[in-house]
Ligand binder design. Structure first.
Ligand SMILES: C[S@@+](CC[C@H](N)C(=O)[O-])C[C@H]1O[C@@H](n2cnc3c(N)ncnc32)[C@H](O)[C@@H]1O
Length: 398
C-alpha cells in the first residue's frame, strides 16, 4: 500500500475507534471530509465495482420505501429506538410476509441502515429512527421514491425530443411519465398522501445549511413597518414553516406575516401558526390580493419554473408593490464551475418535474432583470453548506 493511503487508513481507523459525539461535529469540517472521501472512493474503486455501486443505488431507496410501507421504522420508533428486535418480534409488529421482511432487512443491514447484532437482532441506525411516518426525513424517501417514476422515463422522453434541453412547463418529463397534462402541483393536489410528504420534505431542506436567511439579512433594520401593515408575504411558503421560524427569532417584529400557497398545501397546515402569522390560499399567477406589503418573499419557488412562468410570477408581485416594497428571493445558487452532486441532482429534479433548472447567480440576476427588478444586494451566508442558498434583495426597476 502506498504511504499516503496507509496514512489515510490509519487516520480513518483512528477516527472510527474514537468517534466525536454528534453534537461536537463541525458541519463545515464534516462536509469537507465527506467531499474528500468521495474523491478517494473514485480514486480507489475499480470501474466494475463503481458501475455496480452506481447502478444498484436505487435499490436502497426502494427497499427503504418498502420497509416504510411494511411499518418497519414505525415499529422501532414505537420501541423507543432503545430495543433491538429479532425477525420474529419485528414480524409481529409489521405488515406482510416474514420472508419478504427478512430480505428487505438483509438489504437494509448491508446498506448500514440497520446493524445485525448478536447474529439475530436488528439495531436501528440514527437514520433508521428518522424514517418513520410523519418525519420530514422519512417523507424525503417517499417523495424521491415517487420521483423515480419520472426518472425511469427520462431517457425515453429526451430521445423522443432529440435530446433538446427541456424548457417548456407544459411538456415535462413528469407529464410524460405520469401520462398527464397536469403539472406536479396539480397532480399532488389530487394525491393527498404525496402532497403531505412533499409539504413535509420542504421543512427539511434547511437542515443542509447552517445559516437561515434572516441570520444574514438585517431583518430588524430592513423590515420596520407600522403594526397594521403586512411586513412580509411568503408566496409559495408551504405550510408556513419559514414564517414560523422567522417569528420565533423575531417575536417583536411589527406587522403581519402572511403565508400564501395552493389550497392543498394550506389545508395541510396541522399545527397552529404563531400569533401574527396568517395562512391564505392564493395562486401566484393571479393578481396579488395583498397590495403594498413591505416585502414579498419567495423561497425555492421560482426554481420550479422556467423563465416564462417565473417572469409572470414576478409581474404579479411588481403590480402589488408600493414605493418602499422590496422583493426577497431565497434560492439555491448553483456554483458556476464546481457544484456539488446534491446541487446537480436537484437541478435534474427540476428538469424532470418542471422543465425548469437551478440557476447560477448570473442566471438569477438575468431572470430578475427580465422580470422588471434591479438586484440591490445578494445576501450570502458566511458558512457554506452542501448547498448554497442566497437571498436576492431586489426593487422594481424605475
Ligand atoms: C419547492 S416548494 C417551496 C416551499 C417553501 N417556500 C420552502 O422553501 O420550503 C414550492 C412551493 O410553491 C407552491 N406553489 C406552486 N405553484 C403555486 C402557485 N401557482 N401559487 C402558489 N403557490 C404555488 C407549492 O405548493 C410549494 O409549496
Amino acid at each position: 500500500m502506498s504511504d499516503s493511503l496507509s496514512k489515510a487508513l490509519s487516520a480513518v481507523t483512528e477516527a472510527l475507534s474514537n468517534p466525536p459525539s454528534p453534537v461536537n461535529i463541525n458541519l463545515g469540517t464534516a462536509f469537507q471530509l465527506l467531499g474528500a472521501m468521495d474523491k478517494l472512493r473514485v480514486m480507489l474503486e475499480p470501474p466494475n465495482l463503481a458501475v455496480l455501486n452506481l447502478s444498484l443505488a436505487p435499490y436502497a431507496l426502494s427497499a427503504t420505501r418498502v420497509a416504510q410501507g411494511m411499518g418497519v421504522f414505525n415499529a422501532f420508533v414505537r420501541a423507543n429506538g432503545t430495543k433491538d428486535l429479532t425477525l420474529e418480534e419485528l414480524d409481529a409488529k409489521t405488515k406482510g410476509d416474514r420472508q419478504l421482511l427478512f430480505r428487505i432487512m438483509r438489504h437494509l443491514c448491508a446498506c448500514d441502515i440497520f446493524t445485525l447484532v448478536e447474529g439475530t437482532k436488528y439495531r436501528p441506525s440514527q437514520l433508521a429512527l428518522q424514517l418513520a411516518d410523519g418525519s420530514p426525513v422519512g417523507d424525503c424517501v417517499k417523495h424521491f421514491y415517487l420521483n423515480m417514476r419520472v426518472t425511469s422515463f427520462l431517457n425515453e422522453y429526451l430521445e423522443e425530443r432529440n435530446y433538446a434541453n427541456p424548457v417548456d412547463a407544459t411538456d415535462t418529463p413528469f407529464q410524460y411519465a405520469h401520462r398527464t397534462k397536469e403539472n406536479p402541483f396539480e397532480w399532488l393536489a389530487r394525491h393527498p398522501a404525496d402532497q403531505a410528504a412533499f409539504n413535509s420534505v420542504m421543512t427539511m431542506n434547511r437542515k443542509l445549511i447552517e445559516t437561515e436567511w434572516y441570520e444574514t439579512f438585517p431583518v430588524e433594520e430592513k423590515l420596520q413597518v407600522s403594526a397594521d401593515r403586512t411586513v412580509l408575504v411568503d408566496i409559495g411558503g408551504g405550510i408556513g414553516h419559514d414564517l414560523s421560524l422567522l417569528k420565533q427569532h423575531f417575536p417583536q417584529l411589527p406587522g403581519k406575516l402572511v403565508v400564501q400557497d395552493l389550497p392543498g398545501v394550506i389545508k395541510d397546515i396541522r399545527e397552529p401558526l404563531p400569533d401574527g402569522v396568517e395562512a391564505v390560499v392564493y395562486n401566484m399567477f393571479d393578481p396579488q390580493p395583498l397590495k403594498g406589503a413591505k416585502a414579498y418573499y419567495l423561497r425555492t419557488v421560482l426554481h420550479d419554473w422556467p423563465d416564462k412562468q417565473a417572469i409572470e410570477v414576478l409581474r404579479r408581485i411588481r403590480e402589488a408593490m408600493v414605493e418602499d416594497s422590496i422583493l426577497l428571493v431565497n434560492e439555491l445558487n448553483m456554483a458556476g464551475s464546481n457544484p456539488s452532486r446534491i446541487q446537480t441532482a436537484i437541478d435534474q429534479d427540476m428538469m424532470e418535474a418542471f422543465s425548469s433548472l437551478e440557476r447560477t447567480e448570473e442566471e438569477w440576476r438575468a431572470l430578475l432583470n427580465k422580470g422588471g427588478f434591479d438586484v440591490v444586494k445578494v445576501w450570502k451566508p458566511a458558512v457554506k453548506g452542501m448547498v448554497e442558498l442566497a437571498l436576492y434583495e431586489a426593487v422594481p426597476k424605475p
